[in-house]
Design a protein around this ligand. Structure first.
Ligand code: NI
Length: 256
């Protein structure tokens, strides 16, 4: 059984067949999912989906690319949402300098405000870090009590070690199956078994052999296979270990 700790089933790309896909995913053995919101509105949808669907949990947050939706009331709205049943984290939050270099200060303000909300509510965070490794690491380290996952980790093995020794988790996604994945494989080799998480980032980032198609959690085994190979584990060990890790980080099981 697998835990997909990052999949956007609230996305409009699942508008037509969301219920069917979620059922098929469950039948295929993906028995737990965390759906992170990207905006306040989509966070509401993620929470509603989690409350309707037994195997789905939600995270709430405003993604750095969605800076245009950020307002003076965003934190208050997220605080209310975060206290709903089945909300297990604040995310997806962070910094993205690939898409947007013009609003770096605003991105940092949003990131810090949402980190402080997570600390206030004692929730882990789900970090989006795209081409912003130095700043993401510096901000994460500014808050020693903060815990969470660097989603689709794309930093170096050195950066990974800095995070790992402070209790962070690393998320691995479809890109580790791509031919040009070199750095990511090195990261898998330095990552302790109890800190790895499996993610699809559905509907994005489909792994090989389904690259380019809409992604869903049924593709998780392709990602797990690469981890198994690089970390010297069996596929079953990767599945059960990442299930246990995800439940520990997101405290699923403690929340009945
Ligand atoms: Ni995502």
């Amino acid at each position: 059984m697998y835990f997909d700790t990052h999949a956007h089933y609230d996305s409009s790309k699942f508008q037509e067949d969301r219920d069917e896909v979620l059922r098929a995913v469950y039948d295929a053995g993906v028995t737990l999912i965390v759906d992170p919101g990207d905006t306040v509105e989509r966070s509401k949808n993620a929470v509603a989906l989690a409350q309707k669907c037994g195997h789905v949990y939600a995270a709430v947050g405003v993604h750095p690319e969605e800076w245009e939706t950020w307002t003076d009331t965003s934190i208050a709205e997220l605080r209310t949402l975060a206290q709903q049943p089945k909300v297990v984290a604040i995310g997806e939050i962070g910094l993205d300098y690939y898409w947007d270099k013009e609003h770096i200060e605003l991105q940092k303000t949003m990131f810090r405000a949402q980190i402080e909300l997570a600390l206030e509510l004692d929730l882990p965070i789900i970090v989006h870090d795209r081409e912003a490794h130095g700043d993401c690491l510096a901000i994460a380290l500014d808050y020693p009590a903060l815990r969470g996952v660097f989603h689709c980790f794309s930093g170096s093995a050195e950066m990974a070690k800095e995070l790992l020794k402070r209790g962070w988790y690393l998320g691995f996604d479809g890109p580790i199956t791509y031919k040009n994945a070199v750095k990511a494989l090195e990261v898998i080799r330095v990552c302790p078994r109890d800190r790895m998480l499996l993610e699809t980032d559905s509907p994005y980032l489909s792994p090989v052999p389904n690259r380019g198609k809409r992604n869903d959690s049924r593709n998780l085994p392709y990602i797990a296979e690469v981890i198994a190979r690089e970390a010297g584990m069996t596929l079953e060990e990767v599945a059960s270990q990442t299930m246990e890790n995800g439940k520990r980080l997101f405290r699923i099981g403690e929340i009945a």
